[in-house]
Write a protein that binds this ligand. Structure first.
Ligand code: HEC
Length: 137
């Protein structure tokens, strides 16, 4: 097998494992009640997650909110859930790109996020809510 072929197989296998694990232990109701509001909330000095992430700029893909609505329909939430679940390692926030990418590098986050340092530290109450969901609490 060529190197490129082997890489492809690895990606497919990892992708499947992430999907299966996600289906097993990430809770959809908690996602709707606690996680999604954070995507809509305006925090000082930052644009809201939904503003950028409802355009297809990355693997973190949010559905656009319908005109006049203040939240997603259940169907739209399911799609959001699927997209976010692919960026999460259930039970392990520190290994979840969803949590590490928007976190400040000083706090252990990635060096660059197109949307800035959305969370200055892991003590941010919103980051804590996201982490609790990933841990299954
Ligand atoms: C100003 C626009 C903007 C905002 C606001 C924003 N982001 Fe982003 N985000 C980006 C861009 C652009 C990328 C793709 C480039 C990169 O890797 O950073 C990205 C990438 C990501 C990724 C990596 C997705 C992948 O492809 O692996 C995650 C996770 C993420 N953002 C989470 C968030 C969260 C959570 C919020 C809100 C708390 C947020 N972002 C707010 C612009 C934004």
């Amino acid at each position: 097998m060529t190197l490129a072929g082997r890489k492809f197989v690895t990606m497919v296998v990892l992708g499947t494992a992430a999907t299966v694990a996600g289906a097993q232990s990430l809770d959809f109701e908690t996602f709707r009640m606690r996680v999604e509001p954070i995507f809509l909330q305006k925090r000082a000095g930052h644009a809201r997650c939904v503003v950028c992430h409802s355009a297809s700029n990355s693997a973190f893909r949010l559905q656009p909110i319908d005109k006049g609505a203040t939240a997603w329909t259940e169907e739209q939430s399911r799609r959001n859930f699927e997209s976010v679940s692919r960026l999460v390692k259930p039970g392990d926030p520190d290994a979840s790109r969803f949590l590490i990418h928007p976190l400040s590098p000083e706090a252990g986050g990635d060096k660059f996020h197109g949307g800035g340092r959305q969370f200055a530290s892991k003590d941010d109450p919103d980051w804590q809510i996201l982490a609790a969901w990933v841990r299954g609490k």
